[in-house]
Design a protein around this ligand. Structure first.
Ligand code: UDP
Ligand code: MG
Length: 323
């Protein structure tokens, strides 16, 4: 067995306190109209970093995003891509970005350039002070009101009511030590909710204020229902307190039902329905965890892909095995 001496890895730095290697990672879902501009902007803002990799994760786009990315990769050897067999969602795309980044550090960007690459050096400089993850905090967030309000309520509820450890106000614009990010992915959690997973690992974190731009091209790829599914993932995936609150509600409802006659019966029915709902949410998570084959499957890439992530990797030949 190889012994591992535990120590905080000292950042290997190039010139002027720069990391030795950096991956700029961009998840893309139907962003054909944006890919060229994203590439040009990253090239303009981050080319000064040694050993820069520009990693596009195509999350099952159907609009020619992959063709655009391939054209870029033919011209620019720093461009790498991983393309999913279907749309697996942003968390899966993050997982692939972390798993396949070649850089020591990963900066997470987006195709609509709402997280401006010009702000990334601030996050990187902070990270090199000795953190594992540095979150960008959008002081002026240019998103619709329901998104801003929804996120704020979701994160506060998670923290205060359900005791989930996360960094309030943190966005997906962040710089992460790739080795630590891969630990989070390798946990294979049913909910790969990065911001709530990092504290479970004991990752050292810091925040830096960043600018945030309005989305330029079309609407957000984010649907309203995602706020609800995301919230459910966060609350039920990282806390058992919803069950605790439920037991409390049931315990309080019993005397009310007895004392208040028919009104009480209605209140009791509401609590009962709530109870069934919360229990169903946990059972659903258990079942899903046991049947979900993978976080994502890769159809195409210009880098080597682990067999368990590849849709086409040769599995065991069943007829051979049966002989
Ligand atoms: N995205 C993705 N998979 C999805 C949805 C979005 O890879 O299922 C990408 C999208 O192309 C963009 C980034 O994630 O690069 C952020 O998405 P979007 O701008 O729609 O979200 P918002 O900024 O509104 O949070
Ligand atoms: Mg956006």
């Amino acid at each position: 067995m190889t012994a591992v001496r535990a120590a905080i890895p000292r950042p290997r730095t190039g010139d002027e306190g720069r990391p030795a290697s950096l991956t700029a990672f961009i998840p893309c879902f139907n962003e054909a109209g944006q890919v060229d501009e994203v590439h040009a902007t990253i090239d303009a803002e981050l080319s000064g970093y040694p050993d820069l990799e520009i990693l596009f994760v195509d999350d099952g786009s159907t609009d020619g995003t992959l063709d655009k990315v391939k054209a870029l990769s033919a011209k620019d050897p720093r461009v790498r891509y991983v393309s999913f067999s279907r749309n697996f969602g942003l968390e899966a795309a993050h997982g692939a970005g972390f798993r396949y980044a070649s850089g020591e550090w990963v900066v997470q960007l987006d195709a609509d350039l709402q997280s401006p690459p010009a702000e990334a050096p601030k996050l990187i400089a902070k990270a090199l002070e000795g953190y594992d993850v540095v979150y960008g905090i959008r002081r002026e967030r240019n998103d619709p009101l329901f998104r801003r309000l929804g996120s704020a309520v979701q994160q506060r509820l998670a923290q205060r009511l359900f005791g989930v450890d996360l960094v309030y106000g943190s966005s997906v614009f962040r710089v992460v030590r790739a080795s630590v990010a891969r630990r989070a992915v390798d946990l294979r959690l049913a909910t790969p909710y990065f911001v709530a997973t990092m504290p479970l690992l004991g990752a050292r974190w810091a925040t830096v204020d960043v600018a945030h731009r309005r989305r330029q091209d079309g609407g957000s790829r984010w649907a309203v229902w995602r706020l609800f599914t995301h919230s459910a993932e966060l609350f039920f995936g990282f806390s058992l307190r919803p069950l605790m609150w439920l037991y409390l509600a049931v315990a309080c409802a019993v005397p009310v039902v007895i004392a208040a006659g028919s009104v009480g019966v209605v209140a009791g029915e509401v609590v009962l329905l709530g109870a069934v709902g919360v229990l169903a949410a946990y059972v659903h998570r258990l079942v899903r965890g046991s049947v979900r084959p993978a976080l994502f499957y890769v159809r195409e890439a210009n880098i080597p892909i682990a067999p368990q992530d590849s849709l086409y990797a040769a599995g065991p030949v069943v007829r051979e095995a049966a002989r």
